[in-house]
Design a protein around this ligand. Structure first.
Ligand code: FAD
Length: 712
């Protein structure tokens, strides 16, 4: 992969190198082999690389950054008209005859919307699929949590929507840091996604006459979001899991539940399989195949208090990263503006109130800071509907990054509400007055019930209280247009990937991207890769690459169990979350990020010397599972902060206070930063990961010209 390296932090880089010398490394002290260097990164076919260097790929960066070197990273995007690019690429893909498909085995990790779709589609086509999830059933994947809806550019409403408008909204919503070509594919396949999910049983809301009903989400002025009350993800997941189970019944998919993938087997630069732990017996097992797909979800839970389930994690993606898969834009994290506020230090989660509520709810704070009157006693002229005031065109449906930042500004200026003064109001008084309680109940009844259960407050009679909470990872494993990572034969889909959402995801575009990847992209691009490997067998289980990877997983597991310290894994996770919220949160500064980096390294040192994991590895041991995931978060968090420190511009959810307009809006620097940073791991130990190398993929906007984002 060396020939594709773009640029590195220099040896004097304070951001990268200095703290690595001042944190003790217990692994090194004990001579523990678990810190053995990982193999060097490998890339795929260099002949696909572009030849011309990008004009704008950053000669600036964090202190010590040495600038451009080598060939650009190639996204392998079809040339020519972006409108027809995906159709042309699909025609170029090689096919595999139905008779030969059963000769191939594909491992799909994850059974969420992306993984279940991919495994079911490949199974239906006749491939042998092994599907893994750490859950006890496919349908428990985190996609079930999604509430609000799924977008589609079907333009069924007469509101001037179109594929081009979908792409424009998505590219602009992501603040021009997404890959435009991927956004076209997303929009184009979105039409089929709705028909397909409808056909396999997703009960979308309908108009009285039977047509599918839509509503609006943030960052758009049309109505293109399909939904099933406040349970869209659950209903889509049930439909996808049912398709997966059908293939299990037909014998094409071997579904292995309560198995956690703990490492990737790479041999000769190619992904050959995975090493998993059976979460009930503790057995370490290996499986090999012709290709591996990671659909393992997002890593927003690195912030501890997030809208994700507590067991969402980055482990599979991070272990693949350590084996050579590049990590794109790790610092692009979405803070959802309508999460429930934190009400106590001991709280372990934040709950999401769907963005769909912003269709009818109005967001406001008292004009006077420190106003302690109950909401209903604050007269109209003493309320500041700040989103409607600042962004009159989009108002309460302004994109998430902008809405979250605006809420933070109000809270920091002392106008926050609630016992801890850390939230803003989301008020349905006017909507109930206009539409009646029954209509509001029909639209959002289950969300209102959820709010009442969580807070004891009745949102029909007093406003909800909401606050920004860590929610969605726009970053993820870097992949090219065909969804192959920088490791041959390793593909990525869903939230674990990076392509569509740039620096800020539009609401309801993520269920869509998971479905597009799972059903309508990976099942085409994976066979194209497999076609070159007809007649090859998967690695045998006694191959040295398999045995060595298994041994490393066993060693790491033993090491976590043997530290014998005093603190449980959750202690370190909570601390890490606090460091990240303050240092790498809704707003970031150079000083704050440097401080966060120091603190993360210190915390990682404490983790490896003071962790306590009770029980053994030969049984169900959730503390052990958690410890492994937190160990990976502690490394991942460092890369997030490095990426945020390196990127000296503001874009979307990555708001560097040093880079803002006079009005306090994000100030992009397209001359310096119009590229995606894709980080390569270099060998190192757990406490001291090696210095990451930054590769860049220049971003090319052909259909939606670069412009300043404006929602006013
Ligand atoms: C509360 C909430 C509400 C949301 N609402 C919306 C919405 O309204 N609209 C929208 O578009 N998006 C929404 N999103 C985002 C969206 O739900 C997700 O981005 C999307 O569902 C992710 O799907 P996925 O298939 O990539 O991953 P997931 O559904 O998270 O599935 C991940 C799978 O990987 C498995 N896995 C992970 N690691 C391992 C491992 N190491 N070994 C084995 N298995 C592993 C898990 O068991 C699981 O099966 C919401 C997210 C949240 C948290």
């Amino acid at each position: 992969m060396g020939d594709r390296i773009r640029s590195t932090f220099g040896p004097d880089s304070e951001a990268v190198s200095k703290p690595q010398t001042d944190t003790p490394d217990p692994a090194a002290a004990q001579g523990d082999p678990a810190g053995t260097p990982d193999p060097p990164a490998r890339g795929h076919d260099a002949s696909r690389d572009r030849t011309e260097p990008p004009a704008n790929h950053g000669t600036r960066g964090a202190e010590g950054f040495v600038g451009y070197a080598g060939e650009p990273l190639d996204g392998n995007i079809p040339d020519g008209d972006p409108l027809t690019a995906w159709a042309r690429r699909k025609l170029e893909y090689k096919l595999i005859s139905p008779l030969n498909r059963r000769k191939f085995k594909v491992i799909v990790v994850g059974t969420g919307l992306a993984g279940a779709g991919c495994a079911a589609a490949l199974g239906e086509l006749g491939y042998n699929v092994v599907s893994y999830t750490f859950h006890d059933a496919a349908r428990r994947a985190h996609s079930v949590a999604a509430q609000g809806g799924i977008n589609s550019a079907r333009a069924r409403k007469v509101d001037n929507d179109s594929l081009e408008r979908f792409v424009k909204d998505t590219v602009k919503g992501g603040d021009f840091r997404a890959r435009e070509a991927d956004c076209f594919r997303l929009g184009e396949e979105s039409v089929r996604v709705i028909d397909h999910m409808d056909a396999i049983g997703a009960p979308f809301a309908r108009e009285y006459g039977g047509e599918l009903r839509t509503r609006s989400f943030g960052g758009v002025q049309v109505s293109r979001t399909y939904y099933t009350r406040g349970q869209t993800g659950q209903q889509l997941q049930v439909a996808a899991s049912r398709s997966l189970q059908r293939q299990v019944g037909l014998g094409t998919v071997d579904l292995r539940t309560h198995r956690e993938v703990l490492d990737l087997i790479v041999d000769d630069g190619r992904a050959r399989g995975v090493v998993v732990r059976d979460l009930y017996s503790g057995e370490i097992e290996a499986e090999t195949a012709h290709a591996v797909v990671l659909c393992t979800g997002g890593y927003g839970n690195v912030y501890f208090r997030s809208t994700l389930a507590h067991n969402s994690n980055v482990t599979a993606a991070w272990r693949a990263h350590r084996r050579g898969a590049y990590f794109a834009s790790p610092s692009y994290i979405q803070f959802h503006p309508t999460a429930l506020p934190v009400s106590s230090h001991w709280q372990s989660k934040t709950t999401l109130m769907s963005e769909s509520l912003r269709n009818d709810g109005r967001i406001w704070v008292p004009k006077k800071s420190g106003d302690e009157r109950p909401a209903n006693q604050i007269p109209e002229d003493e309320r500041d509907y700040y989103l409607e005031r600042k962004y009159p065109s989009y108002g309460n449906l302004s994109p998430r990054d902008i809405s979250s930042r605006a809420a933070r500004e109000e809270i920091e200026a002392g106008r926050g509400v609630g016992p801890l003064r850390n939230s803003v109001y989301l008020d349905f008084r006017d909507a109930i007055g206009r539409l009646g309680r029954k209509t509001i109940e029909e639209r959002y009844g289950n969300l209102f019930e959820m709010y009442f259960d969580a807070t004891g407050e009745d949102p029909y009679t007093e406003p909800m209280r909401i606050a920004p909470g860590a929610h969605f990872a726009m970053g993820g494993l870097w992949s090219d247009y065909d969804m192959m990572t920088s490791i041959d034969g390793l593909f990525v889909g869903g939230e674990a990937g990076w392509g569509y959402h740039g620096a800020n995801r539009l609401g309801a575009n993520s269920l869509l991207s998971a479905c597009v990847d799972g059903w309508f992209t990976l099942p085409y691009s994976i066979p194209d890769f497999l076609a070159g490997h007809l007649g090859e067998a998967p690695l045998s289980l006694d191959h040295p690459a398999v045995q060595e990877t298994m041994a490393e997983v066993r060693e790491r597991t033993e090491r976590l169990l043997s530290i014998g310290g005093t603190r449980g894994a959750d202690h370190f996770h909570r601390e890490l979350g606090e460091i990240l919220y303050s240092g790498c949160g809704v707003a970031r500064t150079e000083a704050g990020l440097k401080d966060a980096l120091e603190r993360i390294r210190e915390l990682r040192g404490q983790f490896w010397s003071d962790l306590r994991v009770p029980g053994t590895g030969r049984q169900l041991n959730q503390e052990l599972e958690r410890a492994g995931r937190i160990a990976d978060y502690l490394e991942m968090a460092e890369l997030m902060c490095l990426d945020a420190l390196d990127r000296q511009e503001s874009c979307g959810a990555h708001f560097r206070e040093e880079s803002q307009t006079a009005d306090g809006e994000a100030l992009r620097d397209d001359d310096g930063w119009c590229f995606v940073s894709a980080w390569e791991h270099t060998p190192g130990r757990d406490v001291h990961p090696g210095k990451p190398v930054r590769h860049v993929e220049p971003l090319d906007f052909r259909a939606v010209p670069l412009q300043t984002r404006n929602y006013a």
